[in-house]
Design a protein around this ligand. Structure first.
Ligand code: NDP
Ligand code: MG
Length: 394
């Protein structure tokens, strides 16, 4: 038996982080936690450290670091506490690390995720915003470093599983006609359109099939999540936006499909539980138990499909347009969306203002080429400033 793989979990206190630690804890002979990071839920991070005894923990500032460091020392742990983005990049790229789960939400995850990629790690990518922001540069870094990039997003993990095995070894998939990205339609799939002006953050976060962090829950309600996933799919699978079709499938049992030129359509099915794609990517190319119950097709009964309603889900169109425009457009879309979702969660804007704001600001900007990471961060900063102006004007 080989030595356990050492794993860094970026965003350990979040929904994906906790599911990852759940799978890891089922296989102590295979996996060992090297580092954990948290941001605001620091009591939870402390509890996770006591349970998983990592070599390192990362927190956002020095006062939090002192507090966590002294409580872990008091408990007899040798865990060293690091600080901020520098700490995150260090635990992502450390020589001892075999595998990094990138599960920080939003643009904040880009630098640490890229640090893991550049260090040639096995990178389990949940942080879709990182890829949306910097797709070309990110994929180039993967090729240059020889990192192994495995998708955690359930749709992309499903697509990965439906592509030929050689795909992961860098060979382009042949014979793929379309990628069919399934979407549940979220909590507002049938809400009367007029009521979308009045829905609350609590309603938006109450997803019918998945339990997730607040930002991605709002993205699922607006279907910006599917828009970001469309862009993510184009980068991961070298597809054109026109090759990616979104299908509403409310049971969330089929996690996505690949349509081949000979008429074969391959799908991956399973219960909606992120521990399946996490376990798949952790063990790939082997298979391990994830703790997820077997799929009971008799209980599922039926599988339904429908076309997304363009009027109800304008964010999907905005993301598709950004994918087609390329350059700075996806990074701009992502940053505007992050600001809009935060403002909605703080009850500063209405749900329908999310798409309204993104469209108004995007349409007023021209698309620029982004050839370096600095340019990506510059687009991100500019988008956040423009979004703040839009919010202040209302
Ligand atoms: P959560 O909000 O539950 O967790 C986010 C994690 O990131 C937490 O550990 C949080 O720390 C940390 N974090 C937040 N802001 C910062 C910051 N500025 N700097 C450093 N760390 C930060 O989100 P999810 O787990 O739901 O999602 C994580 C990522 O995975 C997202 O990109 C999402 O799109 C993607 N994803 C999630 C799925 C899901 O089922 N949840 C499915 C597919 C993709 P703390 O909690 O301590 O504040
Ligand atoms: Mg998804």
């Amino acid at each position: 038996m080989s030595a356990p793989q050492r794993i860094t979990v970026l965003g350990a206190t979040g929904s994906i982080g906790l599911s990852t630690l759940d799978v890891i804890a089922r296989h102590p002979e295979r996996y060992q936690v090297f580092a954990l990071s948290g941001f605001s839920r620091l009591a939870e991070l402390q509890a996770l450290c006591l349970l998983h005894r990592p070599d390192y923990a990362v927190v956002p500032d020095t006062s939090a670091a002192h507090e966590l460091q002294s409580s872990l020392r008091g408990a007899g742990l040798a865990t060293e506490v690091l600080v901020g983005e520098e700490g995150l990049c260090a635990v992502a790229a450390a020589a001892e690390v075999d595998c990094v789960m990138a599960a920080i939400v939003g643009a904040a995850g880009l630098k640490p995720t890229l640090a893991a990629v550049r260090a040639g790690k096995k990178v389990l990518l949940a942080n879709k915003e990182a890829l949306v922001m910097s797709g070309a540069l990110f994929m180039q870094a993967v090729r240059e470093s020889g990192a192994t990039l495995l998708p955690i997003d359930s749709e992309h993990n499903a697509i990965f599983q439906c592509l030929p095995g050689d795909y992961a070894r860098g060979l382009q998939p042949v014979g793929v006609r379309r990628i069919l990205l399934t979407a549940s339609g979220g909590p507002f799939r049938e809400t009367p359109l007029a009521e979308l002006e009045r829905v609350t953050p609590e309603q938006a976060c109450a997803h019918p099939n998945w339990s997730m962090g607040r930002k991605i829950s709002v993205d699922s309600a607006s279907m910006m999540n599917k828009g970001l996933e469309l862009i993510e799919a184009c980068w991961l699978f070298d597809a054109r936006p026109e090759q990616v079709e979104v299908v509403i499938h409310r049971q969330s049992v089929i996690h996505s499909l690949v349509d081949y030129v000979d008429g074969s359509v391959l799908a991956q099915l399973g219960n909606p539980d992120m521990r399946t794609p996490i376990a798949h990517a952790l063990a790939w190319p082997e298979r391990i138990d994830s703790g997820v119950a077997p799929l009971d097709l008799f209980a599922v009964g039926r599988l339904d499909f429908e076309r997304p309603d363009a009027q109800r889900f304008p964010c999907l169109r905005l993301a598709r347009e950004a994918a087609q425009a390329g350059g700075s457009a996806p990074a701009m879309l992502n940053a505007l969306n992050e600001v809009a979702v935060e403002a909605f969660l703080q009850r500063r804007i209405r749900f329908s203002d999310i798409a309204r704001m993104i469209e108004a600001v995007l349409n007023a900007q021209s698309v620029q080429a982004v050839e370096a990471l600095d340019a990506v961060f510059e687009v991100d900063r500019r988008a956040r400033a423009l979004a703040a102006e839009w919010l202040a004007r209302r």
